[in-house]
Design a protein around this ligand. Structure first.
Ligand code: GLA
Length: 777
């Protein structure tokens, strides 16, 4: 066992820096009142580091033999300040820790903290691998972050402390701890960058080969944390095409629970998690550790629980069927793994993650801009696109208030259906004899921006590209290439494929006034062979693919900074922090049925903000409930509103309603896209769902109410219990004027404590209420 606490303590927070302010519970906008120098502090006797955020403490110690060990990660109020002798420790009996000692014990070094009555031990067995950067070597007690093979065949590693530095990256404090293998030239730097007001730690490692011969990396995870002993539940998202983002909650028992992707496509699960003590983690209460990964390729997150109740959370690139040859003088950097802590339940966790994505992940150019209302013609015209019919749609779209018109699949050479064309990114002259320019001009003249769909990572065997370069697709010469949607995956790890895509997409964007790209990816990997590469590089193919994908998008962004990007992968199959730092919004799901969407969006909003969540109104009705147009709008207006229906079939009455709804959306858009999201009612728990968004300054709020079906009054527990809707995150002492589908003036305390009556009746009915805080007299 790595560390054991001999007694239970709660530590007063009085000795912590006065400059730190907690994120208030009730999920209000986090503040930035941190003195950077006090976020990461070095401690002595023993040497170590303490990272303090608004609500959490992360402690690392340097134990004997220069080993770097994680000590504590959790709420501030319970932090054992073992690295600081003489601190006041408020045990239930009011004890004070007077001394901290580092001893060499029978089983190895251990820390002893004591006064005359109590003792706290933190011990490390000789050869223990409980480390800040766990590695393969010595005893195997936790999931390793570093697994390497040295040139002489040695597969064990030893990493000891070499140096450290506290510095800033983009204005945020960062701790770098350098570790080295005493026998070989391997150096590993472990980084922790801290966003203190959001209680977020970004962790990553960099491996450097200072030797003369290559070192084989068999695994390099981005970061690992240890949670204090407890009974924990894991929450994660899971799904399939059309059913993305279904929330799962499961108990972590001793052993390893892994969530992962092996074929790039992540409709099954995005790299996001939340872990909470089993009796906690409700929407508004309880401690929650949460996180996500900046990586769009294969990834894995492991949750390893030991018998004593500690849980190790570790994540990064999935090295399944992957190795990396680290040549002499070269470095390998892992993507960032994000860990966060919320003391105030799932809303606290998602508020921090949403804010982190909006403020620190999205690319700066579009961080503070609102997403446009778009029209996408895919559901109306599928592959059968032409200028006249697209213009007819664009005219109506403009009339009802749309801002961006997007042509989806079908516009490029040979694309008559999904059997052909992928790879040939030039305009289909049969469909657009004069190219796209005249169409774009007319659309721009209407006052609309123009956008287009591409799927650059793919190729149809029936394409000029494949006929010219069959070797550009991933393949093994003697294996059957599995096609899906009649397409193969291009080997973007190759420089020539990268060059080709950069060139053809640059030409497309340079020659046409395109302001929006929907970047799709419609199949997972299979046969990931790269026969032309040297043997030692062949298993690097998946990592090199993603490096080049990122390079490609980054270069296109640099060349065309005004273009907005939407990530799509057969619906919601690519949602991770790595892609969000490059693409500005997400096609959430191909399921546009509003009832299904309420559920999909409920899951999505646990991890990702509404500012990314694109939601269209179409004709789809998966449940055969004939939802009204108004209901459809109300569902899509809780994210980034889009329209996908065939507008030419809409009556004047429908267009008028659409115009009214879009105008209302534009009014509430800042609150929806930038606000704090409160999931008031889960559609998985009753026949109702409700969402509330509160603007960052608290002055406005929007509430969405959805009746899924109407049960006989009082016939179900939910019908008995949810006659009112309790709002959250308001100022109890302020009056709010309510407009929209419910009108009046009500104070925040009443709205939160007594609630708003659940005033809508009938199956698949809905309402929107807008709140404005009145200025105090
Ligand atoms: C995928 C996307 C859809 C649409 C089609 C076009 O399925 O998820 O939104 O773009 O491709 O072929």
């Amino acid at each position: 066992m790595k560390y054991r606490l001999v007694f239970l303590v709660t530590i007063t927070v009085a000795f912590y820096s006065v400059n730190l302010r907690a994120v208030q519970s009730g999920a209000s906008e986090p503040r930035t009142t941190f003195k950077q120098t006090e976020v990461i502090t070095k401690t002595t006797n023993p040497f170590g580091w303490k990272i303090e955020t608004a609500s959490s403490v992360y402690q690392i110690a340097l134990a004997q033999d220069n080993i770097v060990v994680p000590v504590y990660y959790g709420p501030r109020g319970q932090a054992l300040d073992i690295l600081k002798p003489g601190v006041k420790v408020d045990t239930r009996a009011g004890d004070t820790i007077q001394e901290v000692h580092l001893y060499q014990g029978q089983h190895g070094p251990f820390l002893e903290l004591h006064n005359d009555r109590i003792k706290v031990y933190l011990d490390f067995k000789v050869g223990s691998t409980i480390r800040e950067v766990p590695f393969r070597g010595g005893f195997v007690e936790q999931t390793p972050a570093v697994e390497v093979v040295f040139p002489d065949g040695t597969r064990d590693c030893e990493l000891v402390y070499a140096s450290s530095e506290i510095f800033e990256i983009d204005g945020f404090p960062c701790l770098r701890i350098d570790l080295k293998d005493p026998a070989y030239g391997l150096f590993v730097s472990s980084y922790i960058r801290v966003i203190p007001e959001l209680d977020i730690l970004e962790k990553w490692i960099v491996l450097t080969n200072k030797g003369t011969e290559p070192i084989r990396i068999e695994n390099a995870q981005s970061g690992s944390v240890w949670l204090p002993p407890d009974e924990y539940d894991l929450l994660h998202l899971c799904g399939k095409w059309g059913h993305e983002f279904m929330l799962q909650r499961t108990r972590l028992t001793p052993g390893v629970k892994t969530i992962q992707v092996r074929g790039f496509v992540a409709n099954e699960t995005p790299p996001w998690f939340a872990v909470t003590p089993a009796d906690q983690g409700s929407e508004t209460q309880g401690a929650v550790w949460f996180g996500g990964l900046h990586w769009s390729g294969n990834w894995r997150l492991d949750f390893e629980k030991n018998f004593n109740g500690n849980v190790q959370i570790i994540g990064g690139i999935n090295f399944w069927d992957t190795t990396w040859q680290l040549k002499s003088k070269e470095q390998f950097s892992t993507p960032k793994m994000v860990f966060g802590f919320a003391p105030d339940g799932m809303t606290g966790a998602s508020t921090r993650m949403h804010t982190y994505i909006r403020r620190h992940v999205l690319r700066p150019k579009f961080r503070n801009t609102l997403r446009p209302v778009l029209y996408n013609s895919w559901y109306a015209t599928t592959f059968y696109v032409n200028e006249e019919q697209q213009l007819a749609l664009a005219r109506i779209a403009k009339e009802i208030g749309v801002e961006l018109f997007v042509i989806d699949d079908g516009w490029f050479k040979g694309r008559v259906n999904d059997h052909a064309g992928l790879g040939d990114w030039t305009v289909d002259k049969k469909k657009f004899p004069n190219g796209l320019k005249p169409l774009i001009k007319k659309i721009n003249d209407l006052g609309l921006d123009f956008g287009i769909w591409v799927e650059p990572e793919m190729v149809n065997p029936d394409s000029d590209l494949y006929r010219a370069h069959p070797e550009w697709a991933l393949h093994y010469p003697k294996r059957t290439p599995h096609q899906l949607r009649h397409q193969l995956v291009l080997n973007l790890a190759r420089q020539d494929v990268y060059d080709y895509l950069l060139e053809s997409l640059t030409t497309l964007l340079r020659e046409n006034n395109i302001r929006f790209i929907k970047w799709d990816r419609n199949r997972p990997l299979s046969e990931p062979g790269w026969p032309d590469a040297p043997r030692s590089m062949q298993r690097e193919v998946r990592i090199r693919f993603i490096h080049n994908l990122y390079r490609l998008i980054d270069e296109l962004r640099a060349r065309f900074p005004e273009v907005l990007f939407e990530t799509c992968s057969s619906g919601g199959g690519r949602n991770d922090l790595g892609i969000f730092s490059r693409m500005d919004q997400v096609w959430t799901s191909d399921n546009t049925d509003p009832v299904g969407r309420i559920m999909i969006q409920h899951g999505f909003l646990h991890a990702f903000p509404a500012k990314l969540m694109v939601s269209w109104i179409t004709h789809e009705d998966w449940h055969n409930v004939r939802p009204s147009l108004r209901f459809r709008f109300h569902v899509s207006m809780s994210g980034v509103l889009g329209i996908g229906a065939d507008l030419t079939t809409w009556s004047q009455q429908q267009r008028d309603l659409a115009a009214e709804m879009i105008a209302q959306y534009k009014q509430i858009r800042p609150v929806v896209q930038e606000g704090i999201c409160h999931r008031l009612h889960s559609p998985f728990e009753s026949n109702r769902a409700a969402l509330e968004y509160v603007s960052p300054d608290g002055s406005q709020a929007v509430v969405f109410l959805y009746n899924l079906w109407e049960t006989l009054g009082g016939s179900t527990s939910s019908a008995r219990a949810s006659g009112t809707l309790h709002l959250r995150g308001l100022d109890p002492d302020a009056n709010y004027s309510l407009t929209g589908d419910w009108q009046g003036t009500v104070d925040g305390r009443t709205l939160m404590n007594i609630g708003l009556p659940w005033f809508i009746r009938g199956n698949f009915n809905s309402a929107i209420v807008m709140l404005k805080r009145q200025t105090k007299q």
